[in-house]
Design a protein around this ligand. Structure first.
Ligand code: ADP
Ligand code: F6P
Ligand code: MG
Length: 328
């Protein structure tokens, strides 16, 4: 095993997995806080793919100027199958060692943090920053990017409601969330949707049909059903079936897709990402590694990566109940 020094002279920073608005402010905070503490920073491009292939570049204070308001990630991101293999991980560790990188800050989702834990287990000090619009990471109240994505969804659904009520239509709106219904439930509550269909619960088709029909009978001018991407019932199929059943409303589908991943980060995401970035360096300086920066209440706390990746985040029952009650 390659031994990493306990002194901290040079760190790497990278973004990995699905991008999320706010990753840039996190990179900026990591770079500038490290530099302020006399630590050199190397940007690792293209996630683990770049780590494996030595795509490294020096990051100065000016390199992270003008990026606070930019969506995406200036370091770019990628998915790497090779890094999942033990040989791939050894190759990555050799690259880090030969570039003199003593520790790495990884900004990404649950997969990226699992990769980070693997590095830590093999002697590379790692700090994780949760970045994913899905809000599916255990241990933190919020991930970087969630608030911006939700605001994009709200904007889209508000617009869809305008046209839906003009035409007396039911819209099935698909949000992202391969395994997690967080965005769909929150959007359901704050956009006044009739129903949110999520991967965590099996919603019988009959229940959806009744909700749409009932909304029509109660004289609603429109009906909005939010469907998470990973839910068993699919937005297109639902719309087609209900159109055929003639439940009153004409039906339409809007898949929001990757629009939800882009755009300038909201004030909340900029500040959260900035706090995470600053704390990541503070944790490193105090010798706390193998942890993720987590928002717990109002504080940013270190949570062991092993706890993060070995637990599943569950949705708040309270919010699911709230969505149901308010949909009347
Ligand atoms: P996210 O970080 O957004 O959840 P992915 O799940 O695609 O995105 O993970 C990003 C990358 O993290 C993967 O392409 C892979 O290189 C690495 N990774 C994911 N899971 C593991 C794992 N079990 N072991 C090692 N590396 C992993
Ligand atoms: O992990 C975030 C996420 O937005 C998921 O909800 C979605 O399924 C996935 O990324 C899609 O990512 P891509 O198209 O980049 O593979
Ligand atoms: Mg993920």
């Amino acid at each position: 095993m390659i031994m990493f020094k306990t002194s901290l002279r040079t760190i790497g920073v990278m973004t990995s997995g699905g991008d999320a608005p706010g990753m840039n402010p996190a990179i900026r905070a990591v770079v500038r806080t490290a530099l302020a503490n006399g630590i050199r920073v190397i940007g690792i491009e293209d996630g683990y793919e770049g780590m494996l292939n030595g795509r490294f570049r020096e990051m100065g204070a000016r390199d992270v100027g003008g990026i606070l308001q930019r969506g995406g990630t200036i370091l770019r991101t990628a998915r790497s199958m090779e890094f999942k293999t033990p040989e791939g991980q050894r190759k990555a560790i050799r690259q880090l060692s030969s570039a003199g990188i003593d520790a790495v800050v990884i900004i990404g989702g649950d997969g990226s943090l699992t990769g980070g834990m693997k590095l830590q287990e093999q002697g590379v000090p790692v700090i994780g920053i949760p970045g994913s619009i899905d809000n599916d990471i255990y241990g933190t109240d919020m991930c970087v990017g969630v608030d911006t994505a939700l605001n994009t969804i709200v904007d889209a659904i508000d617009k869809l409601r305008d046209t839906a009520s003009s035409h007396n239509r039911a819209f099935f709106v698909e949000t992202m969330g391969r395994n997690c219904g967080y965005l769909a439930v929150q959007a359901g509550i704050i956009c006044g949707a009739e129903m949110a269909i999520i991967p965590e619960y099996e919603t019988p088709f009959k229940e959806v049909a009744e909700a749409v029909e009932d909304a029509y009978k109660r004289g609603k001018s429109h009906c909005i059903i939010v469907v998470a991407e990973g839910a068993k019932l699919n937005a297109n199929e639902l719309a087609a079936k209900l159109q055929e059943m003639n439940v009153g409303f004409d039906t339409r589908v809007t898949v929001l897709g990757h629009v939800q991943r882009g755009g300038k980060p909201t004030a909340f995401d900029r500040f959260l990402a900035t706090r995470f970035g600053v704390k990541a360096i503070e944790f490193l300086l105090s010798g706390q590694t193998g942890v993720m920066t987590a928002l717990t209440g109002r504080d940013i706390t270190p949570i062991p990566l092993a706890t993060v990746v070995n637990n599943r985040r569950t949705l708040s029952e309270e919010y699911i109940k709230m969505a149901r009650i308010l949909a009347r």
